[in-house]
Every structure is written in C-alpha cells, then in structure tokens.
Design a protein around this ligand. Sequence first.
Ligand SMILES: [Mn+2]
Length: 326
Amino acid sequence: MPHILHKQALELISQAEHILLLTDERIDGDTIGSTLGMFHVLQEMGKYVEVFSPKEMLSILEFIPGTEVIQRDPSIFDQASIDLVIIFDCSDGEYFKGYLPKLKPSIPIIVFDHHISNPGYGTLNFIEPNAASTADVVWRFIKDLKLPMNKHAAQAILTGITTDTNTFSTSNTTAACLEAAHELARYGAKIQEIVRETMMNKSLSTLKLWGLAFERLHQNERFSAVTTAITENDIADLAVDEMETKALSNFLNAMVEGTDVVLVLRETDDGGVKASFRSQSRDVAAQAEEFGGGGHVRAAGFKITEARLVEKEGIWQIVKKGGEVL
Ligand SMILES: [Mn+2]
C-alpha cells in the first residue's frame, strides 16, 4: 500500500498542470538521472513538464535520455502557469531560493534527496539518508505508486544509482539499490552503456590529467589522507570538465591500498580551492565540516575561497590569500 506521503505527492502531481523539475546546482549522474527519470514518468502521465538546471551539462552525461530538454535560462521561472516544483538531490535548496519570489508563494515544492544534511525545505520531503542515491529514492516512489514507466526513465534512474555507488563498489551499495537496479534492467535500462559512458571512455586529455594527479599522490598528515592536487593550469591546459576530477576521486578511493581516506584538491576558476574526500571507513563529512563544508559520511568536501594550491617538498597545501596555510 502506498505511503501516506506518497499519496499526498501524487495528489499534488495529479492536480498540477505545469510542473517544473530542478536539478542540484552541482551536476552529477544522480541529480540529472533522478530528475530526468521523473521527467519521463510525468510525460508518460500526460503532464506538461519542464526541466531547469543552472549549470552546463557534462559531456559524459549526455547519453542520458532527455538531456536535450534541460533549460538553463532562469527566465523559465517567470511563467505564471507553473503550479508545482520538484527538486532532486539538492541538500539545501539555496541556489534556487533566489528564483522563488518569481513564483507564487503558494506553489508546493516536493523534495527528493538522500543527503543527511537536508533540512526538509519542501512542502513534501522524500529524504532517505541511508539510500545510496536520490535516484533510488525516486525509483521506490514511482514503484510504490505504480506510476507509468518506460525504458528512458529506467535508464536515467539507473544512471543515478550507478554513478552514486561508483558502479556498486562503495559502502553505500545496499540491497535496496541492487534490487532497484534489477527492476530497472527489466524496464530496459542498459547498465553496460552507463558504465561505458560514465566510468570508461576517458578522453586522452582526461587520462593525461589523471597521470599528473597520480604523480602528485602523497601521504598528507594535515588531512590524514592520501592526497593529490590539480591546478587551474592543468585544467586549462588539458580542457577537461569537472566531472572528471570527481571520477578521479572515486577511482583513487577504490584503488589506493592501505588508506582510509583519499583527498583530491583542485583549484577552481573563481580563484578558490575545492577539496573532495572519499573514504572507506572514516567519517569525512565531519572532517569537511571543520573547513565549512559537508556531505555524506563516506564522500564529502569543502571549498575555500581566495586560495591557491602550493607544493612544498612533495606535499600540497592550501594557501589562503594573505599567506595563511590551511
Ligand atoms: Mn546523490
């Protein structure tokens, strides 16, 4: 029997005539996959649906069916006819709050997420901190309510599950997400295409970037982690996109022997430094919080504005403007 919250959400969806779906600000396979999965389901239900995502799509996610419908122009929020907003994999909802005043205050918001830090900012919130991905939260919602599925929806949702578990290799790989993968495969999802597009098929420049990152690997006592660094120059020289550095963190986490935590430091084009932790057993969310960041227990990060990466005798440090070493 459907959960009461699910029924309330279905009521909102049934009444809505113009639904706007939003991804997280940070683009990854889960936020795009869960959003587009729901897009295909709502289309099957005969709904008028639009999708907004604030950042440029990553080339390695372009195989997900429906990426071409994603709009990036915020004037989408000017439409008075929008009567329901659904947002996926976005832990705080901060980025789109600036757009909300353009919408009627009475418009309900449904939130699907798996970040433990999500305060539940929606009218209805589907937040499962133990779920491997937002995509599998979305899948259980669709299944519970017996919403109409097709193979495009299945492929999008399975992409979210696959990428957030680093192809079923991370400690958050649960029986529930494997069961979801099995059911989605029955709806026509192709795991081999997802793995090839998101994990393999690395461009020559990406592999060169990985080569630089491998060379710089070192044990960093400051962060108690095997650490590497990527500078803005590397990224500019090799013209690779952000998802590739995330893939690098996941790869190193799975591959480096004898360490709990891997840290990838990366300079960003706005003059800051991003740090992303991956862990097998330590709580890296707590560690990231010390630096004003956050995330999941096994995958977390932080960002320092106005900082650069500096190498000193093989150890990479974050140096803030003014010279303070973090
Ligand atoms: Mn996620």
